[in-house]
Write a protein that binds this ligand. Structure first.
Ligand SMILES: Nc1ncnc2c1ncn2[C@@H]1O[C@H](COP(=O)(O)OP(=O)(O)OP(=O)(O)O)[C@@H](O)[C@H]1O
Length: 262
């Protein structure tokens, strides 16, 4: 198998709290995988491991067959908050990393303008972050993440704070960029419909300690229309199944709390 990134028998603890226990997970090159699971099951922790922000106590974290030991521009990350520098304009925010690494300024600026146009922000290069809406700021974050040409993008609920309309537009934009670049994407969300529109494959995690309890390859094909996807054969059944599975795990997670409340 053409494995690109993986966790192999990974266990991660924060002091006495075991977050992940002997977890296995792998993505092939160019695959778009969405990770769903109850709050606190370790989804962000998995992204942090693959980004190289955290190291496991046991097991291996691999990218391209090599151990992941530290962050690298070839593995980008996008968070729920766009985290733009307020004192820099849009273009400067997007080009900040490559400029820090002393890449050719004119070349980086030209590519940044291309990415800004692709995410619908042509003409906003000189704007300050405070002049942008939440969706526009997140578009800047997308352009910034894609500029260095990452092999892997790790996305932690990137559209979670956006309104429904903006969210749909961002989902379409992300899929278009992915189809064009064939980047390997691991995307965390709580939204099952978002997962079904975006992913090749949906992974459902158990409550903590997190492991993968469902691995579902979606049959919807690469060309998807967000407005008609729900009428695809099997959409309803798959949505029902995934929702049920996620709820089951969330209930397991909350059970001790309910008992404690009695
Ligand atoms: N640096 C840290 N130190 C101690 N505990 C941590 C740390 N980071 C995460 N945790 C704990 O690890 C567990 C998993 O956290 P994580 O953020 O990975 O969950 P998640 O599945 O992404 O949750 P959510 O869906 O709510 O964002 C949580 O119980 C959290 O409190």
């Amino acid at each position: 198998m053409n494995e690109h990134i993986s966790l192999q028998q990974v266990t991660l603890r924060f002091e006495t709290l075991t977050v992940l226990e002997n977890i296995d997970l792998s993505l092939t090159k160019g695959e778009f995988v969405v990770l769903l699971g109850p709050s606190g099951c370790g989804k962000s922790t998995i992204l942090n491991l693959l980004a190289g922000f955290t190291q496991p106590q046991q097991g291996r974290v691999l990218c391209g067959g090599e151990p992941v030991r530290q962050p690298h521009p070839s593995r980008g990350m996008i968070f729920q908050q766009p985290n733009l520098f307020p004192w820099l304009n849009v273009l400067e925010n997007v080009t900040f990393g490559p400029r820090l690494r002393k890449h050719n300024r004119a070349e980086v600026d030209a590519r940044a303008r291309e990415w800004l146009a692709r995410v619908g922000l042509a003409g906003f290069e000189d704007h300050a972050p405070w002049q942008l809406s939440g969706g526009m700021k997140q578009r800047v974050a997308l352009a910034r993440a894609w500029l260095p040409g990452p092999e892997v993008l790790l996305l932690d609920e990137p559209f979670g704070a956006l309104d429904a309309q903006t969210r749909m537009m961002m989902q379409e934009l992300l899929r278009a960029a992915w189809l064009e670049t064939q980047t390997t994407l691991l995307f965390v969300t709580h939204d099952v419909e978002e997962a079904l529109f975006l992913a090749d494959r949906v992974l459902v995690m158990s409550a903590r300690p997190g492991r993968i309890v469902e691995d579902i390859r979606l049959p919807f094909g690469r060309e998807r229309d967000i407005e008609t996807l729900a009428s695809e054969p099997h959409y309803g059944d798959i949505k029902h199944h995934v929702l049920q599975r996620v709820r089951q795990e969330a209930k397991r997670h909350l059970a001790p709390l309910n008992e404690g409340e009695r």
